[in-house]
Design a protein around this ligand. Structure first.
Ligand code: PMP
Length: 385
């Protein structure tokens, strides 16, 4: 027999990045600037706490919402770092990566026919998540002239006033854009005025290089309409441990927990022990990684400018988003630079509206590889001139 695929699964196109991995596999000595994953090891203290928990046989399920000690540590951390007040018992849900939290939110708050506005270019999982939940996606393009910040004008032009939910992600994957408080405030006012629920993916909140991160949930009237996503994959270099969390009003977090308790039961236990330690004692490790990312960021931006490729000043996450030179689409550039020079980058189109004509460059790679990769890109561009 053949499986009858659901309409929702069929409605989602295959990932635009996969083809590049296939080409990359055919070649030796590919330097990948394609992956959005820290190249650092998880801070040792966090790994040690995980190992100790295993030695002690702590391998059972935890409470559905996550270990209370971890929820308390998260509450203290977000209060201290981002001035956010969430109660450990009712307003915090620990999940299997921020990915699970994002998926739970779509399933908990989106009905078939609901419109979900997504500020784009954006992380590739939001759109499929909305489709799996039966909602309609409304892309809200951001523009390079605005440093890829979301504007009220952009929201109005896209028709987002009529949407039910707004998804944003700052610091942004794939552009590296940030939204300082002055730029967020009018967005918060727009959300209140048009009664939008806001899903704010703040997984890169620690990775800012020009002032501290501000959460949209900290503005007047926003706490009650916002879910904040965060996690340990990026700042704490814990991708494989699969741990994230959602913050929000008790009713909303309760609804997400309802799905979570039937579908996931609880987030990975070993990872929760690592995360408690990560919040407790790894702030200086995080700062060291942030300093290194910043050094790499400045190097990559200056090299692109030397090569003669326009690139806006990315100020967060670990990506920059240069423009492809004239005569190429982003897809052509990415494919040819991979085949000819063995450098893997991701064409901006896969991140939705506003991404065309750009490349996502991840600098979560050591300086030596970055130096070599940029020399190869320079040779590739030089050969075409
Ligand atoms: N949100 C964004 C913006 C991301 O870039 C990623 C990972 N690439 C995630 C969420 C997923 O994070 P996690 O590993 O916590 O599921």
């Amino acid at each position: 027999m053949t499986f009858e695929l659901s309409d929702r699964v069929q409605a989602v196109p295959p990932s635009g990045i996969r083809r590049f991995f296939e080409i990359a596999e055919e070649r030796d000595e590919v330097i990948s600037l394609g992956v959005g994953e820290p190249d650092f090891a998880t801070p040792w203290a966090a790994r040690d706490a995980a190992i100790t928990s295993l030695e002690q046989g702590k391998t059972s399920y935890t409470a559905n919402r996550g270990k209370r000690e971890l929820r308390e540590a998260i509450a203290d951390y977000v209060a201290d770092r981002f001035d956010l007040g969430y109660a450990p018992d009712e307003e915090i849900l620990v999940t299997a990566g921020a990915s699970e939290a994002v998926d739970l939110a779509f399933r908990a708050f989106v009905d078939p026919g609901d419109t979900v506005a997504i500020a784009q270019p954006s992380y590739i999982s939001y759109e499929p998540g909305v489709i799996f939940a039966g909602g309609d996606v409304l892309p809200v393009p951001t523009r390079e002239e605005d440093d890829f910040r979301l504007t009220v004008e952009g929201l109005e032009q896209a028709g987002a006033a009529e949407a039910d939910v707004l998804v944003l992600c700052y610091p942004n994957n794939p552009t590296g854009a940030i939204m300082p408080a002055d730029d967020l405030e009018p967005i918060a006012e727009f959300a209140c005025e048009h009664d939008l629920m806001v899903l704010s993916d703040e997984i890169y909140a620690e990775l800012t290089y020009d002032g501290d991160h501000t959460s949209i949930a900290s503005f007047d009237g926003m706490r009650e309409r916002t879910i904040v996503f965060n996690g340990f994959s990026k700042a704490h270099a814990m991708t494989g441990l699969r741990l994230g969390y959602a913050l929000g009003p008790a009713d909303a977090i309760g609804a997400m927990n309802k799905i979570h308790q039937y579908t996931m039961l609880s987030a990975p236990t070993t990872a929760q022990y690592a995360a408690i330690e990560a919040l407790d004692s790894c702030a200086s490790d995080v700062q060291e990684m942030v300093d290194q990312y910043d050094r790499r960021r400045r190097f990559v931006l200056s090299r692109f400018r030397e090569i003669g490729m326009d690139v806006f000043e990315a100020k967060g996450a670990f990506y920059c988003f240069p423009e492809v030179p004239e005569g190429f689409t982003a897809e052509e550039f990415a494919e040819e630079v991979l085949r000819e020079q063995g450098v893997a980058v991701v064409p901006g189109d896969v991140f939705g509206e506003g991404g065309a004509g750009h490349l996502r460059i991840s600098y979560a790679t050591g300086l030596e590889d970055l130096r070599n990769a940029l020399n190869r890109i320079e040779a590739f561009v030089g050969n075409r001139n």
